[in-house]
Design a protein around this ligand. Structure first.
Ligand code: PGA
Length: 253
C-alpha cells in the first residue's frame, strides 16, 4: 500500500530563527506518527536548509529543497546542484512547482532536466503539475496534465520514475483559498495514475504516490485524503503554522 506523504513547502518565508522553531515544533508534534504511518517532509528556503537539517536530525522528518539545477557543479552563478543538496542532508526536491513555471518561466524541458538530475544525484523529486483556471474552464485539464507528465518524465526508465512523487496542484487553487473539490482532485489523480500505467506499468502506477496541493487546510485535509487516489498533501501556507501543519499530518496518518 502507498504510505501517505505530507510535505510542507515554506516558499520564500521564515527567517533564521523562525525556520528552526517551526521545524522543531513539527518534529516534536509529529514524533508519534511521522515515519511510521505517514512520511513527512519540510521544504524550507535554501539558506535555512542546514539549520533545519540540524533541527530535524533526530526526528523522522525528511528535508526537501524547493528547487535544483541540473548540472553537478561549475559556472552556474546562483544555482544549487543535487550534489550540494545531498551533501547537506536533503532527501526530496520540488521540481516544476507552479510558481517556478509561471512566475520564473520554467519550461517542461527544464523541469525534465531537473527531475533527471535529481534522481541521478540520489534525491527523490516531488514533480508538480497543474492546470491554469483558463485551461480548466476550456476543458483542457486532461490535455495539460498529460503534456506536463509526458514531457516532465521523458527519457526516464520505470526504475527511475519509481523515485518520483507526483504533486497535482491546480494553479487556481494555490494560495487562493480555493481548494479543488475532493471529486475534482480524485478525477485528476485517477487520470494521472492511468497515464502512468500506460507509460510504464500497472505496477508502477499503483505504487507511485500522488499528492494533492492547493489551499490544503486542517479543515479539508481528511476529505481530500479519503479519496482513493490521493496519497498525500503538498501544503504551502498552512505549513507555516506548526499547529495547522500537524493537524494536516494527523489527518493523513
Ligand atoms: P498553498 O500552496 O497551500 O498555500 O495553496 C501549495 C503549494 O504551492 O505547494
Amino acid at each position: 500500500m502507498r504510505k501517505p506523504f505530507v510535505a510542507g513547502n515554506w516558499k520564500m518565508n521564515t527567517d533564521s530563527h523562525s525556520s528552526v522553531a517551526l521545524a522543531e515544533a513539527v518534529a516534536a508534534g509529529s514524533s508519534g506518527f511521522a515515519g511510521s504511518s505517514v512520511d513527512v517532509a519540510v521544504i524550507p528556503p535554501f539558506v535555512y536548509l542546514q539549520a533545519v537539517a540540524k533541527a530535524v536530525s533526530s526526528s523522522h522528518i525528511g528535508l526537501g529543497s524547493q528547487d535544483i539545477y541540473f548540472e553537478q557543479n561549475g559556472a552556474f552563478t546562483g544555482e544549487i546542484s543535487a550534489l550540494m543538496l545531498k551533501d547537506i542532508g536533503c532527501t526530496y526536491v520540488l521540481c516544476g512547482h507552479s510558481e517556478r513555471r509561471h512566475v520564473i518561466g520554467e519550461t517542461d524541458e527544464l523541469v525534465n532536466k531537473k527531475i533527471t538530475a535529481a534522481i541521478a544525484g540520489g534525491l527523490l523529486p516531488i514533480f508538480c503539475v497543474g492546470e491554469l483556471i483558463e485551461q480548466r474552464k476550456a476543458e483542457k485539464t486532461t490535455e495539460v496534465i498529460t503534456q506536463q507528465i509526458e514531457a516532465g518524465l521523458a527519457g526516464l526508465s520505470t526504475e527511475k520514475v519509481s523515485a518520483v512523487t507526483i504533486a497535482y496542484e491546480p494553479v487556481w487553487a494555490i494560495g487562493t483559498g480555493l481548494t479543488a473539490t475532493s471529486e475534482q482532485a480524485q478525477e485528476t489523480h485517477c487520470l494521472i495514475r492511468q497515464l502512468l500505467a500506460k507509460m510504464y506499468s500497472e505496477q508502477l502506477a499503483q505504487e507511485i504516490r500522488i499528492q494533492y496541493g492547493g489551499s490544503v487546510k486542517p479543515g479539508n485535509a481528511a476529505e481530500l485524503m479519503a479519496q482513493k487516489d490521493v496519497d498525500g498533501l503538498l501544503v504551502g501556507g498552512a505549513s507555516l503554522k506548526a499547529d495547522d501543519f500537524l493537524a494536516i499530518i494527523q489527518a493523513a496518518a
